[in-house]
Design a protein around this ligand. Structure first.
Ligand code: SAH
Length: 224
């Protein structure tokens, strides 16, 4: 998979993409992530990419021209399965959406800033708008990093067997059961006996029951 990201803060991705599973996925050649500085696409001599909103009001708006040029520069080179804009009013990111995105070959993500981007970009270029939750961030970079993380870990070969995404929360419409590691007892707090019993069948049943119980308690809207 190839992911292109248009942003005015490419450095913000160094942390999230430079470690752990995403880094490993890139090293293994399973994903290529390319960051593009939006300011490289402006004809303004001060590399300005924002301007006042028509009709006034507080806050600046990302200008149409540099964004259009950046998107066209990339779409001239390859076809994208989705051209994504990170936006608080977009479709809420969830596991089924991450699953779907992980099957694609080329994704382009545009990170907004200020009061957002000129609406005409959304109308004419964007094919999908994604929100990571009902709250407002200062920019789309953290949202893009969350989207990329949730998607890349699902690409076949990225996670090892023990980390398999199939046993994670939401994959089967259930949240995960509780997990424990050594020691068996800490300050008198014990690991449930069943997990130490060695009885695979009972352990599997227990995990399923716990997952169902947790899902009902914590995500009552989810269908179990
Ligand atoms: N005025 C806008 C918010 C702009 S926030 C509004 O009220 O809807 C600046 C940028 O941060 C947005 O353009 C978007 O790219 C990003 N952003 C903010 N919150 C987000 C969220 N919950 N999910 C995804 N992107 C978000």
């Amino acid at each position: 998979m190839r992911i292109d990201i248009i942003t005015i803060f490419p450095e913000m991705f160094e942390g999230p993409f430079g470690h752990s599973i995403i880094k490993r996925a890139q090293n293994k050649g399973l994903v290529e992530i390319h960051l593009h500085q939006l300011r490289d696409f402006t004809s303004d001599k001060h590399r300005k990419v924002d301007d006042y909103a028509f009709s006034g009001g507080a806050g600046m708006v990302m200008m149409i021209e540099p964004v259009a040029k950046a998107i066209e520069h990339l779409t001239a080179q390859r076809k994208y399965d989705e051209i994504i804009y990170t936006s608080p009013d977009g479709e809420l990111l969830d596991q089924p959406m991450a699953n779907r995105l992980s099957t694609y070959g080329n994704l382009l993500i545009l990170c907004g800033h200020y009061k957002g981007i000129d609406e005409r970009i959304r109308e004419h270029f964007i094919t999908k708008e994604i929100s990571i939750g009902n709250y407002v961030l200062s920019g789309g970079e953290l949202a893009a990093a969350v989207i990329v993380d949730s998607v890349v870990r699902l690409i076949p070969g990225v996670l090892g067997n023990e980390e398999s995404a199939l046993s994670d929360s939401f994959q089967d419409n259930l949240v995960s059961p509780p997990v424990y590691t050594r020691p068996r007892e800490f300050r008198g707090w014990k690991v449930p006996d069943i997990l130490l019993s060695g009885n695979e069948k009972l352990i599997k049943e227990w995990k399923h029951e716990q997952a169902v119980k947790r899902t009902r308690e914590r995500r009552p809207g989810m269908d179990v």
